[in-house]
Design a protein around this ligand. Structure first.
Ligand SMILES: N[C@@H](CCC(=O)N[C@@H](CS)C(=O)NCC(=O)O)C(=O)O
Length: 243
């Protein structure tokens, strides 16, 4: 059995999508970030970076009795691809095309969209207009990069659906309507790809209608102080500073 340490954000959903696609049995352990669920020594022992997802597999690749723990969503995706032999080709060209777009998602798409999302949805007033614009424009630029890549490809690397698609899709899903001046129609190829993946049964099982409604909201959210402190504020930083 695989344990998936999870929260409703895009990073843990990538791994849930892969688990659904390959049909491996798994158990979801849900954390409420605002309640401070991640700010515990038990969780820090699982992931020194204190974030989800984390995957624990008691039937590790290569065998043995010691469960393997993997954190960082890209590493989790690659682990599951290695375990199942699916969605990451052994062909050199396809493999490294997949891994480079996976790295691009982790290094660029996720962080910039995350910050753009933070400034649009959560940042307390007064919001620094330069910072908000900087993150929004870079997030938008990355959408154009992906749109151009999909111009003559069905999926990100070509005809194969891979863990790179699974990594990017939840971020596009989160930010489609949220913080861009450009209308969705500006990204025709991205929209076609987005709808195609959205229609996959595995993705449908990870995203319920109720969560989609929440995801597509574009308005500013005032996070109550007792949740802010655990997610972004004093409790969060105090926990990560202490030994
Ligand atoms: N690069 C990491 C990012 C993980 C991440 O930021 N996860 C968010 C949820 S989507 C989280 O755990 N936030 C909790 C926190 O920052 O305390 C990955 O891809 O796994």
């Amino acid at each position: 059995m695989i344990d998936l340490h999870f929260t409703t954000g895009p990073n843990a959903r990538k791994v849930a999508i892969m688990l659904e696609e390959v049909g491996l049995p798994y158990r979801v352990i849900n954390y409420d970030i605002g309640k401070g669920d991640l700010l515990t020594e038990d969780f820090r022992a699982l992931n020194p970076n204190g974030r989800v997802p984390v995957l624990v597999d008691d039937d590790p690749i290569g065998g043995g009795d010691t469960p393997v723990t993997v954190w960082e969503s890209a590493a989790c995706l690659q682990y599951l691809a290695d375990k199942t032999g699916r969605y990451l080709s052994t062909d050199t060209h396809k493999r490294y095309a997949t891994l480079q777009w996976l790295a691009w998602q982790i290094a660029s798409l996720g962080p910039y969209h995350g910050q753009a999302h933070h400034f649009t949805r959560y940042a307390p007033e007064p919001i620094d207009p330069y910072a908000a614009q900087r993150f929004r424009l870079e997030a938008e630029r990355l959408m154009y990069v992906l749109d151009r890549q999909l111009r003559d490809r069905e999926f990100i690397i070509g005809e194969d659906y891979t863990i790179a698609d699974m990594a990017c899709w939840p971020w596009i899903n989160l930010t489609w309507n949220a913080q861009f001046d450009r209308p969705r129609e500006s990204f025709i190829n991205l929209e076609r790809w987005f709808q195609q993946i959205k229609a996959r049964p595995a993705v449908g099982r990870v995203y319920t209608e109720k969560l989609d409604e929440w995801m597509y909201r574009a308005d500013h959210v005032r996070i109550p102080p007792e949740r802010w402190t655990n997610g972004f504020g004093d409790n969060f930083h105090a926990f990560h500073r202490k030994d």
